[in-house]
Design a protein around this ligand. Structure first.
Ligand code: 3PG
Length: 398
């Protein structure tokens, strides 16, 4: 259901769940991408004359108010971007929230304090979440779900609330789902997926699913060493998940049986220690010396990966190829980002999964416009690629 299904919103109180889980340095927001991504839905609602009450979480507080997770910096930034003061209620469903909502005029926006300050938000007990949803519902006439980054969470402000108020998907959620469905539905082929990041265990579900869907799987990042170890190669002191080696052997066998090409790096940047200035050398991927750790894929691998992406018509990327935060170990991630940009310019459709890869695009200075879609969701986009049904989406279905 879309916002149109909610009818005339003039003078109505609309509760919007956004994902404002932004990185902070103290109280300074270091990347406001998620706040910007929420603006189209919010301005659409204010233009329609709605009284907009935004709900969001920040971090993982322990179900009780904790000043370091206050949404105050978000309220200030949101106000700047919207060009209007955004009042921040000091609580979620208490007297401050009620007074703040009461004071809203048509077209104004207010923010409630961090929804995770209430333990019922993330409770596993249905009745506890339902109770909070019921209290939130008293503050509004309709609900718009626009926090794509949380739609994989069965939480009161994402899932339960949509069952007690007239509910609809916001424009960000719609746009994300439409873009990601180009990969999860019937992708144009060749369909290439680049996976990185530190742990295989974080990506088990997605890899298993991709082995039935993708044409090529390019593996880099810390998880690659478990793949190399599964092939019997020495990995030195590199990150290794011993308990995943058998699983990875299974993946390699399934890939072969299904005709999915698994592309592993042929060279590795091996460092003496995990540090920005660690002495390092490029070594063959099957000969990582004892006492060194791989912190990036090597230059030959960067070229190989770019070549494997060049003719792809659908590309999904999740996870950096190396420790891109250290300049010496950023080249692999740069090569992949550039390879994806080139493939996109040549007519491919590219999706960057949120979290670390989106941060890499930003930190390494790539133009976001070079990619077809950069998701605001980390876990949520991964779970969609995994083929899972997400509670925050199913609850909005007609
Ligand atoms: C995210 O940052 O991926 C979302 O905001 C979800 O946060 P969570 O993993 O703490 O639920």
């Amino acid at each position: 259901k879309t916002i149109d299904s909610l009818g005339d919103l003039r003078g109505k109180r609309v509760l919007v769940r956004s994902d404002f889980n932004v990185p902070l340095d103290g109280t300074k927001i270091t990347d406001d991408g998620r706040i910007r991504a929420a603006l189209p839905t919010l301005t659409r609602l204010t233009d329609a004359g709605a009284r907009v009450v935004v709900l969001a979480h920040l971090g993982r507080p322990k179900g009780t108010p904790d000043p370091q997770y206050s949404l105050a910096p978000v309220a200030a930034r949101l106000g700047e971007l919207l060009g209007q003061d955004v009042a921040l209620a000091q609580d979620l469903v208490g007297p401050s929230a009620k007074a703040t909502v009461e004071a809203l005029a048509d077209g104004q926006v207010a923010l409630l304090e961090n929804v995770r300050f209430d333990a019922r938000e993330t409770s596993k007990v249905d009745a506890e979440r339902a109770e909070l949803a019921g209290e939130l519902a008293q503050l509004a006439d309709a609900f718009v779900s626009d926090g794509f980054g949380v739609v994989h969470r069965k939480q009161a402000s994402v899932y339960d609330i949509a069952q007690v108020l007239p509910a609809a998907a916001g424009d960000l959620v719609l746009n994300e789902v439409q873009s990601l469905s180009k990969a999860t539905g019937d992708p144009e082929r060749p369909y290439a997926v680049v996976l990185g990041g530190s742990k295989v265990s974080d990506k088990l579900g997605v890899i298993a699913n991709l082995l039935t869907k993708a044409d090529r799987l390019l593996i880099g990042g810390g998880m690659v060493f478990t793949f190399l170890a599964a092939k019997g190669r020495p990995v030195g002191n590199s990150l290794l998940e011993n308990d995943q080696i058998e699983t990875v052997k299974g993946y390699l066998a399934t890939a072969e049986a299904n005709g999915v090409e698994i592309v592993l790096p042929t060279d590795i940047v091996a460092a003496d220690s995990f540090a920005a200035d660690a002495p390092h050398q490029v070594v063959a991927a099957d000969a990582i010396p004892d006492g060194t750790m791989g912190l990036d894929i090597g230059p030959e691998s960067g070229k190989l990966f770019a070549a494997k992406l060049a003719d792809a018509k659908t590309i999904a990327w999740n996870g950096p190829m190396g420790v891109f935060e250290f300049e010496a170990f950023a080249d692999g991630t740069k090569a992949v980002a550039q390879g994806i940009i080139d493939a996109t310019a040549a007519g491919g459709f590219s999706i960057v999964g949120g979290g670390d890869s989106a941060a890499a695009v930003r930190v390494l200075g790539f133009d976001k416009a070079g990619f077809s879609h950069i998701s605001t969701g980390g876990g949520a986009s991964l779970e969609l690629l995994e083929g899972k049904e997400l509670p925050g989406l199913t609850v909005l279905a007609d």
